[in-house]
Design a protein around this ligand. Structure first.
Ligand code: AMP
Ligand code: MG
Length: 483
């Protein structure tokens, strides 16, 4: 395990050097063996649970680690906050895997820092397990995401609305550079640090851009493309992030910060579950436009580096941001086409797709189930008949578009099977598992759900236990930030 601390080396303007605050009685609850194997971490780590618990609670430190809390700013629900930062997280170190890919190793819930404001620096067990479950689910579904290596219970109580067991979650991310990281220096007018961060980001994530005529403008375009891909993937599986503030938008294009996230059940673009999002700013269907808004904030922050002539810089950035919607729309239609077995979108397909979504909304159909049933209907007559009843003429039109040839149908079904999960981390199941883990102080309920979520395109023997819809269709479901 090759450990380094390159972000620390950017200088004291970027972070505070601070160690995690030890916890009373750490126990390893969840350990992500497949991630540890994939990153070849095991060689550099102790092989017993106690030692791992000490390490991933922050009680022990790897000898080469030099923990920091990173500073950033951010628009939270549209309001700019000039200084946020890791208020309960410690970036322990970075390491480079066997494929020369650099990763951040970060603890969350590991104690207060300079950026804690009024917070206690801690994390409750429920949100820690949620982050682990949801990120593993997303990863298995093929969605770019940060992942969790471990959840350690601390033996301490944290006080939220009620007293809760505390936990520390270990996050692996390709970096923790956020849109808000750039905003922080831009707002301070610290162009030197802004340039340092930009060069570092290009070096770390987009090294090929170094040779471009205008690397900063290209960086903006590249981040935009990553974000388009990410949001399209969220929309494909029905993921609602819930708090798409600019400080929760990673430059790498990975999903980050799973606070009040949830899954879409019945299709409705206005779906929002977060208790703090009363205006629906971060509703399911609002995610693309919010992403564009966030990219515009990144563009603003980068203006001083795009061109010395700020009018020119603005014109170039605006032209790029104007291209967000066409880029998104194309990727979005391609994705929906694939969900319907179409590997190429023709002009009339857009209407076909739109009509299905309208019908799903009107008839209050479940997003995941509908696409799964459509997939199966290509080979199962009973399901086809049922869908014909539900969807009327639309169903026949769609089948006609697929074609009658069995080769065409096979190809369509194969594409649909890759695009439409048979199971997602449904809100009621995730909640039940969090409660059961908390109550029993064991990982068994999470392990059972994880087994299914790790094969989301396949029917395992246990999959059926997790496919059902909630009895109230999540009408009363609410998520909380968990801070
Ligand atoms: P989030 O909404 O989780 O992205 O957090 C927003 C900001 O609040 C970040 O700067 C966090 O570090 C900080 N924060 C959240 N919870 C806590 C906590 N319990 N203690 C200290 N800081 C926190
Ligand atoms: Mg955050």
């Amino acid at each position: 395990m090759k450990i380094s601390n390159t972000y620390l080396q950017l200088g004291t303007a970027f972070s505070e050097s601070i160690n995690p605050l030890p916890v009373a009685d750490p126990h390893l609850l969840l350990w992500n063996l497949s991630l540890a194997d994939q990153l070849a971490l095991s060689q550099g780590l102790p092989d017993n649970e106690n030692a791992l618990a000490q390490l991933f609670s922050g009680n022990d430190l790897l000898p080469e680690a030099s923990p920091i809390a990173c500073v950033y700013a951010g628009h939270q629900f549209g309001q700019f906050n000039p200084q946020l930062g890791d208020g309960r997280a410690h970036l322990l170190c970075e390491f480079v895997d066997d494929h020369q890919q650099r990763w951040d190793l970060q603890l969350k819930g590991s104690g207060p820092t300079r950026y804690s404001r009024r917070g206690d620096g801690r994390c409750a067990l429920g949100p820690a397990i949620r982050e682990y479950l949801m990120s593993e689910a997303l990863h298995a579904l093929g969605v770019p995401t940060t992942r969790c290596l471990a959840v350690v219970t601390t033996g301490e109580t944290v006080y939220r609305d009620l007293p809760k067991p505390g936990a520390v979650v270990t996050r692996i991310a390709s970096s923790h550079i956020r849109v808000g990281s750039f905003q922080y220096f831009a707002a301070k007018g610290d162009v030197v640090s802004l340039k340092t961060l930009t060069d570092y980001t290009i070096d770390r994530h987009f090294p090929t851009l170094k040779a471009a005529a205008n690397p900063v403008l290209e960086l903006l375009g590249a981040v935009m493309d990553k974000q388009v891909t990410l949001i399209v993937e969220w929309m494909r599986i029905g993921f609602i992030h819930g708090v798409m503030n600019t400080d929760n938008t990673a430059i790498s294009g990975e999903t980050i910060d799973f606070g009040p996230c949830a899954m879409l059940g019945i299709y409705h673009p206005g779906t929002v579950y977060s208790s703090i999002d009363s205006g629906g700013r971060y509703a399911f269907g609002a995610q693309p436009s919010i992403c564009r808004w966030n990219m515009a904030r990144l563009a603003e922050a980068l203006l001083p580096l795009i061109d010395e002539d700020q009018d020119k810089a603005l014109a170039q950035a605006e032209a790029l941001i104007a291209d967000f919607s066409p880029r998104f729309e194309q990727a979005y239609q391609t994705m929906l086409g694939a969900k319907l077995g179409l590997d190429e979108i023709q002009q009339t397909d857009v209407a076909l797709i739109t009509e299905l979504l309208e019908q799903m909304q009107e008839q209050q159909l479940d997003y995941t189930q509908t696409f799964h049933q459509l997939t199966r209907s290509l080979t199962e007559q009973q399901i086809a008949t049922k869908l014909q009843d539900t969807l009327g003429n639309w169903y026949g039109q769609w089948r006609q578009r697929i074609g009658n040839d069995s080769k065409q149908q096979q190809a369509a079904q194969a594409l649909m099977q890759q695009s439409n999960p048979v199971v997602i981390p449904r809100n009621h199941h995730v909640e039940a598992v969090l409660q059961a883990c908390e109550l029993t102080n064991s990982s068994a309920p999470a392990d059972a759900l994880l087994k299914v979520l790790r094969s989301p395109y396949q029917m395992l023997a246990e999959t059926a236990d997790y496919q059902d819809l909630p009895t109230d269709n999540d009408r009363h479901y609410q998520t909380f930030c968990g801070t």
